[in-house]
Design a protein around this ligand. Structure first.
Ligand code: CP
Length: 327
């Protein structure tokens, strides 16, 4: 890799992960390290707008088997802002339709000289399967309802930037917890950094079983609202549901949508977050989504910073492992 500017610093000796597959297996120190490097990259690139050349000569492949706006675009931009090249693969129009297996497809793309794969797939565990079968680094861009580690990290970075710390905060995730990979990554990351996490939504979407992970489960947003420092409003993922989890969208919005009236009963400095895409009028009303408490677009910018850090760290660890295996 090219010379790293002083503002980023040397490659951290305590980062050894070639892949970023989840937040469950990361330590609190590793999570803090990614956040710290994301902040450095954000500053060194003027808020993720200017270029560095630390990934010159490296190629990142986006293998997306589900739709995406934020994740796919920001991984591409992050790689290019760091001087790398990118290639986008979509399953539609590919040779998968001719019977080529998923692993053969990934190995074919690897053979074209790429260095890192970002994969999004509806099946949980797909990124791990790729990491076991490829020599290049793998980053999970969302696998079914399992995890979305860079989303969890960018959410946590956005909170840390506004509050300075995560420890001691009460963070509620509201909505479709059952189908949310974002919720799972946030739970692991926030708990490790010392937050109190509340999961809130209809009982059909928030099981009491979650309590075994050390989180609070609540069914009334109005009851928990005065205690919350952060609300992360999750989209109802109708596309992953086989039966309707509540009688009507109108009833859901009545009970769980963050609106102006609820905001008046929340803490003065509450942060309103959403991983996106948002459904205006369902989980959040437009005036709240676009209002002064909302950090939804800051989350998007921080997605670039986190993905710059994740690419640089995983590629650096892979290069280090390759050098050491040659000794
Ligand atoms: N939050 C998120 O993963 O958005 P996309 O589906 O647009 O990538």
């Amino acid at each position: 890799m090219s010379t790293t500017p002083d503002s980023i610093g040397k490659f951290p000796p305590n980062w050894t992960r070639r892949h970023l597959l989840d937040l469950e297996s990361l330590s609190a120190e590793e999570i803090q390290l990614v956040l710290d490097y994301a902040s450095r990259f954000k500053e060194a690139t003027g808020g993720c707008r200017t270029k560095l050349s630390v990934l010159a000569g490296k190629t990142v492949a986006n293998l997306f088997f589900e739709n995406s706006t934020r994740t796919r675009t920001s991984f591409s931009l992050a790689a290019r802002r760091l001087g790398g090249d990118t290639v986008d693969f979509s399953s539609s129009g590919s040779s998968l339709s001719k019977g080529e297996t998923f692993i053969d497809t990934a190995r074919t793309i690897q053979a074209m000289g790429i260095d890192l794969v970002v994969v999004r797939h509806p099946t949980p565990g797909t990124p791990t399967l790729l990491a076991q079968n490829l020599e290049v680094s793998v980053i999970n861009g969302g696998d079914g309802a399992h995890e979305h580690p860079t989303q969890g990290l960018l959410d946590i970075l956005s909170i840390r930037e506004r509050r300075g710390t995560i420890a001691g905060l009460t963070v509620a995730m509201v909505g479709d917890i059952a189908h949310s990979r974002t919720a799972r990554s946030n739970i692991w990351g926030l708990k490790k950094l010392g937050a109190h996490v509340i999961l809130c939504g209809p009982s059909t979407l928030v099981s009491k079983d979650w309590e075994q992970f050390g989180v609070e489960v609540a069914y009334s947003l109005d009851d928990i609202l005065p205690r919350c420092d952060v609300l992360n409003l999750l989209r109802i993922q109708f596309e992953r549901q086989y039966t309707r989890p509540f009688p009507s969208v109108r009833e859901y919005a009545l009970l769980y949508a963050m609106n102006r009236e609820r905001l008046s009963r929340a803490k003065d400095d509450i942060l309103i977050m959403a991983p996106g895409p948002i459904n205006r009028g369902v989980e959040v009303t437009p005036d709240v989504a676009d209002g002064p408490h909302s950090v939804i677009l800051e989350q998007v910018t921080n997605g670039l910073a986190i993905r710059m850090a994740a690419l640089w760290l995983c590629l650096g660890a892979n290069a280090k492992a390759a050098t050491e295996s040659q000794r």
